[in-house]
Ligand binder design. Structure first.
Ligand SMILES: Cc1ncc(COP(=O)(O)O)c(C=O)c1O
Length: 381
C-alpha cells in the first residue's frame, strides 16, 4: 500500500462498533468495570484511551514500528526516552539540535549522572572515534534544527549496535511520509507531533515509536512503565485532532516540499542571501544521502542574510508569513533561532555549527509559492 493511502486510513478506517468514519472521541478519565477482575481493556485514560490508542496504532503503522506512545508534547516524548539511560551512561548527540533538547539534556538529565557529548553526527568516522565503553545512546536529528545537517541513519545504526548503544532519531523535520528511520535500523523514533504531524499549528503533542523485534524488548517494557507512571499522555481531544491531521499528512508535506524547492531556488539567487541550507538543493553536502534515505526533502529552509540588522528588521516587515516559533504547519512561519528556539543553547555549540544572528529559519506552508516569495522579497530587500 502506498504511503498516502496508509495515511488517510490509518490503523482503522472506521469505528468497529458504530461504523463511524471519524473515530469517536472517548472524552473520559475513567472506565466502568463490570465486576471484580473484569475490564473492558481500559481502566484509566492516563494509561490508555481508545481514541489515543487508535492514533498510536496509526502512527506505529506509518513509521513501521511495533509500538507508539502519544505524549502531551515533543519534549515529554524526548524526556521519556532519556529516562531509559542510567547514571554513568554516555550519550552522543548531534551538535546541531533543537535548543529545548539540549536544555533538557544539559540542565535536567545531566543531574542524574548521564554524560551528554555533542559532535558532528554527519561524520561517521568522528562518531566511531567518540564512542566509549559506556556509550548507550546515539541521538540525532536528521535533517537537524536549524542547520539542516544530515546523518546517515543506516551507518549510525550499525555503529550503535556493534557498540551496545541504541540509535534514537528525531524524525520531526521529515515525518514518516518522507523518512522511516526504523526501517533503516534506528531503535527509537521521536517526534514533535506539534509540527508536520499536527500540521495546523493548533496542537502540542509528541510521540515515541519503538522498532519491532526482540532486541528492543527491554526498552519497550521500560517505556510502557515510564508512560503510565509519569502521565504525560496526550488527551482524547488532541488525539482525535491528530488523527484527523494524519489523514492529510502526505498532501500537506508534498505541497510544502514543492513550495520549499521553489523558494530555496529563488533565495539562493538573491543578493541579500549569503548562505542557504536546504537539503533539496543539489549543492547541499548531503544531497545524495538525503536522496538515499528519504523520499523527499521536506520544507525547512535556513538562510543567512547580509547583516543581523536586516534579519531583525525583516521580522516586523512580514505581511503574510508570520514571525513565530514552531514549524511544519500549513501556515508559513519565519523564526529567528538565535533569539528563539536556540536562545539557551551554549554559545560554543552555536559557534561550532555556525548558528549566528544572521540566520533565519523558514518553515514553508501550503500557500502559493509566488505569494510567499513576494512577501520575502518585500521584507528582505
Ligand atoms: C526537532 C524538534 N524536536 C522536538 C521539539 C520539541 O517539541 P514540542 O515543542 O512539541 O515539545 C521541537 C520543537 O520545536 C523540534 O523542533
Amino acid at each position: 500500500m502506498k504511503a498516502i493511502t496508509r495515511e488517510v486510513h490509518g490503523y482503522q478506517s472506521w469505528d468497529k462498533t458504530t461504523g463511524a468514519i471519524s473515530q469517536p472521541i472517548y472524552q473520559t478519565a475513567t472506565f466502568r468495570h463490570p465486576g471484580f477482575r473484569q475490564s473492558t481493556g481500559y481502566d484509566y485514560s492516563r494509561s490508555s484511551n481508545p481514541t489515543r490508542e487508535s492514533l498510536e496504532k496509526s502512527l506505529a503503522l506509518l513509521e513501521e514500528g511495533e509500538r507508539c506512545w502519544a505524549f502531551s508534547s515533543g519534549m515529554a516524548a524526548i524526556g521519556a526516552v532519556l529516562k531509559l539511560f542510567q547514571p554513568g551512561d554516555h550519550v552522543l548527540l548531534s551538535e546541531d539540535l533543537y535548543g529545548g533538547t539540549v536544555r533538557l539534556c544539559n540542565c535536567v538529565y545531566s543531574r542524574y549522572g548521564i554524560t551528554f557529548e555533542y559532535i558532528d553526527t554527519s561524520d561517521i568516522r568522528l562518531v566511531s572515534q567518540h564512542l566509549r565503553p559506556n556509550t548507550r545512546g546515539i541521538y540525532v536529528e536528521t535533517p537537524s534544527n536549524p542547520m539542516m545537517m544530515v546523518s546517515d541513519i543506516q551507518a549510525l545504526s550499525q555503529l550503535a549496535h556493534t557498540s551496545g548503544a541504541r540509535l534514537i532519531v528525531d524524525n520531526t523535520f521529515l515525518s514518516p511520509h518522507f523518512q522511516k528511520p526504523l526501517t533503516l535500523g534506528a531503535d527509537l523514533v521521536v517526534h514533535s507531533g506539534t509540527k508536520y504531524l499536527g500540521g495546523h499549528n493548533d496542537i502540542i503533542a509528541g510521540f515515541v515509536i519503538a522498532a519491532a523485534g526482540n532486541k528492543g524488548e527491554a526498552d519497550r517494557v521500560a517505556l510502557e512503565l515510564i508512560y503510565k507512571s509519569e502521565g504525560a499522555s496526550l488527551g482524547p481531544f488532541d488525539s482525535w485532532l491528530m488523527l484527523r491531521s494524519l489523514k492529510t499528512l502526505g498532501l500537506r508535506v508534498e505541497r510544502q516540499a514543492a513550495n520549499a524547492l521553489k523558494i530555496a531556488q529563488w533565495l539562493k539567487k538573491q543578493p541579500f542571501v549569503t548562505d542557504i541550507y536546504y537539503v533539496g538543493l543539489p549543492e547541499h553536502p548531503s544531497y545524495a544521502l538525503s536522496q538515499k534515505q528519504a523520499t523527499g526533502f521536506g520544507s525547512m529552509i535556513s538562510f543567512k542574510v547580509t547583516s543581523a540588522a536586516l534579519a531583525q528588521k525583516s521580522l516586523s516587515r512580514l505581511q503574510l508569513i508570520c514571525f513565530a516559533e514552531s514549524l511544519g504547519g500549513v501556515e508559513s512561519l519565519l523564526t529567528y533561532p538565535i533569539a528563539q528556539t536556540h536562545q539557551e543553547t551554549p554559545p560554543e555549540l552555536l559557534a561550532r555549527v555556525g548558528l549566528d544572528d544572521r540566520l533565519l529559519r523558514l518553515s514553508v506552508g501550503i500557500e502559493d509559492a509566488e505569494d510567499l516569495i513576494a512577501d520575502l522579497e518585500q521584507a528582505l530587500s
